[in-house]
Design a protein around this ligand. Structure first.
Ligand code: NAP
Length: 266
């Protein structure tokens, strides 16, 4: 009998697969047996990672250039993935950006840029994958990468936190509308993960220490730990799970001490 966590025969599309969490998710989906297409704005980085993962796992791994804030670019990447692999079983909406600024310095352009990538990008990719492939085949798993910042506002992360709150709500709306088509939609809400996104914190030992002290588990997460959860949500083991926002934060949001001084993320 097939292992419930086995992804062989499945194809996954991962946005923002060039580094950080998306790179770890891409590799771990391939290790679980999936063929993977990873996309981001930096095609050279994507190609390198795709080669590395293919060599390590023996799976088919493709890459395309895609800026999720540009609808035309999304369509080309989705068409490319379907041409290459024939279908998309798993979509990981991972591409995300942060513009850390106090609200009184945040421009409308900053706000729009964050929403265009973190919310509208995820929406457009999902809408197109569902219409072109998942709905006609009556099968699909969508995993949006949200954040605990959605529910725990922090100084300077007003645009980012609100974009992730919107993504969490969008996840639930997608889950309701697409459940009749046998498509599940869940979100992962990580706490702090050591990646380029927050290198300005973990590269400063004193500042990092003050952040880590607030986490009951006493550390930040590694990207692979988010990858492991994505593999579970992409697998048959999670086939009755939809509309869930799954936190993975080492207990940080239980600690009641999320406050970070304004200016500390710079
Ligand atoms: P990262 O290391 O900065 O990686 C971000 C990825 O998104 C890169 O691959 C980047 O590739 C891609 N990307 C950014 N804008 C894009 C666009 N317009 N179109 C296509 N790809 C784009 O950040 P990360 O920490 O891995 O973050 C991944 C996701 O996890 C994000 O959604 C983030 O909000 C979420 N998250 C992270 C943390 C954390 O602590 N690190 C916590 C909670 C949630 P290119 O630059 O090549 O385009």
């Amino acid at each position: 009998m097939k292992n419930m966590f086995d992804l062989s025969g499945q194809t996954a599309l991962v946005t923002g697969g060039s580094r950080g969490i998306g790179r770890a998710i891409s590799r771990m989906l391939a290790e679980a047996g999936a063929d993977v297409c990873l996309v981001s704005r930096d095609i050279h980085a994507c190609k390198d990672i795709a080669e590395e993962i293919a060599e390590r796992t023996g799976r088919r791994v493709a890459s395309f250039q895609c800026d999720v804030s540009i609808p035309q670019s999304i369509e080309l990447a989705i068409q490319g993935t379907i041409e290459k692999f024939g279908k998309i079983d798993v979509l990981i909406n991972n591409a995300g950006i942060i513009v850390p600024k106090p609200l009184d310095q945040l421009t409308l352009e900053d706000f729009q840029k964050v929403f265009q990538t973190n919310v509208f990008g995820a929406f457009l990719v999902a809408r197109s994958v569902v219409a072109q492939d998942m709905k006609p085949r009556r099968a699909g798993k969508i995993i949006n990468i949200g954040s605990i910042a959605a529910d725990f506002p922090r100084a300077e992360l007003g645009a980012y936190g609100s974009s992730k709150a919107a993504l969490h709500t969008l996840t639930k709306a997608m889950a309701i509308e697409w459940a009749p088509h046998n498509i599940t939609v869940n979100a992962i809400a990580p706490g702090p993960v050591k990646t380029d996104l927050n290198a300005s914190i973990w590269q400063r030992p004193e500042l990092f220490k003050s952040f880590v002290e607030r986490v009951p588990m006493g550390r930040w997460s590694e990207p692979d730990e988010i990858g492991a959860l994505a593999v579970y949500l992409a697998s048959d083991a999670a086939k009755f799970m939809t509309g869930s926002i799954v936190k993975i934060d080492g207990g940080l949001t239980l600690s009641g001490n999320m406050k970070i001084d304004a200016g500390s993320t710079k």
